[in-house]
Design a protein. Sequence first.
Length: 292
Amino acid sequence: MGGVETAPDIFDRELVALRRERAASRIDQVAPVLDAAAAMLLERLDDTTHRFSRALDLGGRGAVAPALRARGIPFVVSMDLSPAMARRAGGLAVVGDEEWLPFAPGSFDLIVASLSLHWVNDLPGALVQLRQALSPDGLFLASLPGFGTLQGLREALQAAEAETRGGVSPRISPFPELRDLAGLLQRAGFAIPVADHERLPMIYRSPMDLVADLRAAGESNAVRARDSRIPPRDFFPLAFSRLDLEMELRLMVMTGWSPHESQQKPARRGSADVRLAEALGTVEIKAGDKPG
């Protein structure tokens, strides 16, 4: 008998919740970034004629729910690990965990997760639950920081730690790559899965401004394997001296629909009415035959 597959335990979810709760009073400091990321994601709604009536804002930190209501969606629920963050969005607030959604199947026809799923340990399992929480033909939109985000900070910290301690520990969360996301959506049962990307450039005046923004967003390191020791005195000055303050937030965007019989389906194999050779205006040659 095979063993039971268990989800990875990469992130300290209790610490993520604590840091988001502490950041709620300072979140306005990073509101322009959150608003810009939410706007980029919600532009996908302009590509559909669907009219949504029941939406879930998952971890939007006050940037998503108001924008959904402004689009005329009458029922919007905001869920977050942090009570204070959930309340910031106004309207109906729910404290909950993306890994254990507290909603019945088919509760929403639109779910939006803007920059909130990158601290989830079991992303495939969370996607399955999100798809189940959608009604048939419901839409799921999500953005995550992608591979390459904060890469300059990651490299500067690693180089400084290697020089001051002779080793490296994880200080920046691991981020997914674009090629992985469409497969995850398909595996979770979404129809018409699409993964694409956006880029949000950012320039900081000083390294401490960047650190302050990460804390204000509740995005400080919550990797379980992090080094909790006090770093050497020269660690941060050395790292920051190598840091390029021009960077970008690479948004990996996922779009998927809850399956419905009305959706376009791929044609049955062998059902084509026109042969490829005819479409190309050439002659079909069977396997083993020689041209001419």
